[in-house]
Structures are given as structure tokens and as C-alpha cells.
Design a protein around this ligand. Structure first.
Ligand SMILES: Cc1ncc(COP(=O)(O)O)c(C=O)c1O
Length: 388
């Protein structure tokens, strides 16, 4: 447990807030949460739940109405039947991932994780006794895992494949065909698949993020989908996420949760229920705004000599290559960690080093911030990169 790394994104955000508290004009583009308020009808549902006395323990796996709403929402959006018994509601998607790893992994089980990866995956796998097998991907492939690379990484201890599309930190979205090729290999190698689909409604340019278990018959039996309200409805602080898993596994996850944490916050569950069953226009509006910002950020970054980035199809991150700047070694800076430190110190912009996501030579910028802030941040980044 002492070997566990702290969350790099939260650590960077804490440093940026400390500087801001000291009066420095910091532009914090490090954090992965929408900058919009939680929509009012969702807050109103939480207030109503409090007034109605919905403030006691609930069933450990979540209130039946919310489990049913998650199942109905998934069924409607994917076209494949999901039942309430397949759903366990947890304290955010992070907790949901922890539950899956604890329930499925035995000591020494290998989990294939394509890099760049979301910061918590490898640490949560280790916590459950698993062994993260990190597979680098290439910017030239839009940071997507190729089936032949997966095949090469398989060993007799391979137990699970972890996929995140749309991706944090790269924003790339796999096509159905790309996912199908990985699915075929997962079936052939008898792997469980954890599909982190928390950004599935934040997709751009008319794309639809397809849900992994719907891609081939028989996939649902080996797949756990992780989702939640944090990103879709700007509800990061409410801490509601979920797993959609085969029924027997859901039961095991519910039992584990009943021992470890009991139910997620009762009031938050009622808010999440309102999010899923209420008007969905707020999701479209937020998504459109993220797409506008993606256009701005990607165009500005691409103009900077030496900077390269993939096709950002969803989520709210730009993960860009600064290896040319690091190779030049200006100011003795040779790692993405040093680069981010210096950017914060000199230009007061907080980004997160690619090394935290298993991809040295890159940095992650969140565009979950108002346009004026993004423009000012990009001006400073450009100035920092062009210093001699
Ligand atoms: C890919 C990914 N999965 C899971 C999570 C965790 O979400 P939650 O806030 O619901 O725990 C995040 C949050 O940053 C994420 O980016």
C-alpha cells in the first residue's frame, strides 16, 4: 500500500490552487472535470430528496429506481438489453473500477492497459493484486491499441484488457471496426474486458461512441462497462458511477461494496436519477461547447512548431507531443515533469505531465475551462514553447 502513487492530476490541481490562494494569476488546465454547474433540475431533485427524508442507508448496490434508470438508459442508447440486476451504483466511476478489479483479479493476473492511460488504472490494478502490463501506442496511430500489439503482449497470465474510449488523456475515439478487432482477440484469448465509457456522451463531429459489449455476440458475458454521471452531467462532486456487468459478477460486486463502503450517498443517487430520467438538452449543450473549445484548442496547438496531437474525437483533453522541445533541452528541461513544473512556475499554467499517463514526451491540457481562460493559457504555452 505504501508503494501506491498519489493521483498526479489531483496533485497538480492542488499545487495550482495553492499558488492561486497565494494571489498568483494561475490558469489551471490540469483537472478533468467539466467547468459547468450541475444543471438546476438535478440540484432541485437532490433538495427534494433531502426534504422527503431520503437521507438513510439505501441498498448497497443502489436504489432500485436508479439501477433501473441506468439499465434503461444503456438499453436505449446502445440498442442492447441491459437489466437493473446487471447494474451496481458506486461512489463514482473510480470506485466502480476498484470494485471490478477487486472482484475479478487474483494475485499475479495480468491486465493489459494501453498507454497513454488514465492515471488511476495501474495503481488500482496493483491494489487488487494484479499486474499492469502497459502497452505503448503511437501518436501516428492516434494512440489506439492495434490488435497485433495486443497479441504480442498476451501471456498465460493475461486476464483482462482495459479500454477507454473516448479516452482520457488523449480524447481519441475508437471506431467500431477497431474495437471489433480487439474484441475478437479478447474472445480468442478468453480475456475479461473492462470498457471505461465514462465519456461516451461527450463525442464530437456527429460521432457516436459505440458500447463495447454490443459489438459481437457473446461479448457482454466477458465485459464490464464502467460509466457514471460525473462527466456527462457535470456532477464530479456528487460521486456517482456504476458498473454494468454479467448478473453473477454484479452480485459479487454488490456484496463487496456492501462490506467496504455500503451504499453511495443517498441524496446523490436521487440527483443521478433525475439526471438520467430528466431532460437531456443540458448534455447536448455541454457537448457542443466542448466541441467548440476542441476546435479552438486543437487549431492553436497545431500552429505551434514542433507540437503534434491526435484527432480529438471526444472528452475534453488535448494530449500533445512536446518531445521536440524536450530534445532541444532549453533551460535544461528534458522531461515532461520538469516542463510542467517550469510552465507553472514561469507562466502560471497548470498542465499534467505525460509521464503520469505512461507517455513521456507529452503533456495533457484540459479544455474544460472558459474560452477566455483557454486563449490566455494557450498564449502562455506558446510563449513558453517559443522561448530560446
Ligand atoms: C477515464 C476515467 N475513468 C474514470 C474516472 C473517474 O470518474 P469519477 O469521478 O466518476 O470517479 C475518470 C475521471 O477523471 C476518468 O477520466
Amino acid at each position: 500500500m505504501v508503494a501506491l502513487e498519489p493521483s498526479a492530476t489531483l496533485a497538480m490541481a492542488a499545487r495550482a490552487s495553492a499558488l492561486a490562494a497565494a494571489g498568483v494569476d494561475v490558469i489551471d488546465l490540469s483537472v478533468g472535470e467539466p467547468d459547468f454547474p450541475t444543471p438546476p433540475h438535478i440540484c432541485a431533485a437532490a433538495e427534494a430528496a433531502i426534504r422527503a427524508g431520503k437521507t438513510k442507508y439505501t441498498p448497497a448496490a443502489g436504489i432500485p429506481a436508479l439501477r433501473a434508470a441506468v439499465a434503461a438508459d444503456a438499453t436505449r442508447r446502445t440498442g442492447s438489453e441491459v437489466t437493473a440486476a446487471q447494474v451496481v451504483v458506486s461512489n463514482g466511476a473510480k470506485h466502480a473500477l476498484h470494485n471490478v478489479f477487486m472482484a475479478l483479479l487474483d494475485d499475479g493476473d495480468e491486465v493489459v492497459i494501453p498507454a497513454p492511460f488514465w492515471v488511476s488504472y495501474a495503481e488500482l490494478v496493483k491494489l487488487a493484486g494484479g499486474v499492469p502490463v502497459i502497452l505503448p501506442t503511437r501518436l501516428e496511430d492516434d494512440f489506439k491499441l492495434r490488435p497485433e500489439a495486443l497479441r504480442r503482449a498476451l501471456t498465460p497470465a493475461s486476464r483482462m484488457l482495459l479500454l477507454c474510449s473516448p479516452s482520457n488523456p488523449t480524447g481519441v475515439v475508437y471506431t467500431p471496426d477497431e474495437l471489433r478487432a480487439l474484441a475478437d482477440l479478447a474472445i480468442e484469448a478468453d480475456l475479461a474486458v473492462v470498457a471505461d465509457e465514462i465519456y461516451d456522451q461527450l463525442v464530437f463531429d456527429g460521432r457516436a461512441a459505440v458500447s463495447f459489449p454490443t459489438l459481437r455476440p457473446g461479448l457482454a458475458e466477458r465485459t464490464v462497462v464502467v460509466g457514471g454521471v460525473s462527466k456527462t452531467y457535470s456532477m464530479t462532486g456528487w460521486r456517482i458511477g456504476w458498473t454494468i456487468a454479467p448478473e453473477a459478477l454484479s452480485k459479487a460486486i454488490g456484496n463487496l461494496q456492501s462490506q467496504e463502503t455500503s451504499n453511495p450517498s443517498s441524496v446523490s443517487q436521487h440527483a443521478a436519477l433525475a439526471a438520467l430520467t430528466g431532460p437531456q438538452a443540458c448534455v447536448l449543450e455541454m457537448c457542443r461547447e466542448f466541441q467548440r473549445r476542441r476546435d479552438l484548442v486543437a487549431a492553436r496547438l497545431r500552429r505551434i512548431p514542433g507540437v503534434r496531437l491526435p484527432d480529438i474525437g471526444g472528452a475534453f483533453y488535448a494530449f500533445f507531443d512536446i518531445s521536440a522541445a524536450l530534445a532541444a533541452g532549453v533551460g535544461g528541461i528534458t522531461t515532461s515533469g520538469q516542463w510542467c513544473e517550469q510552465l507553472l512556475e514561469r507562466e502560471h499554467v497548470a498542465l499534467v505531465a505525460g509521464s503520469a499517463f505512461g507517455a513521456e514526451g507529452h503533456v495533457r491540457m484540459s479544455f474544460a475551462a472558459a474560452e477566455a481562460k483557454l486563449v490566455a493559457g494557450l498564449d502562455r504555452i506558446e510563449r513558453f514553447l517559443s522561448r530560446g
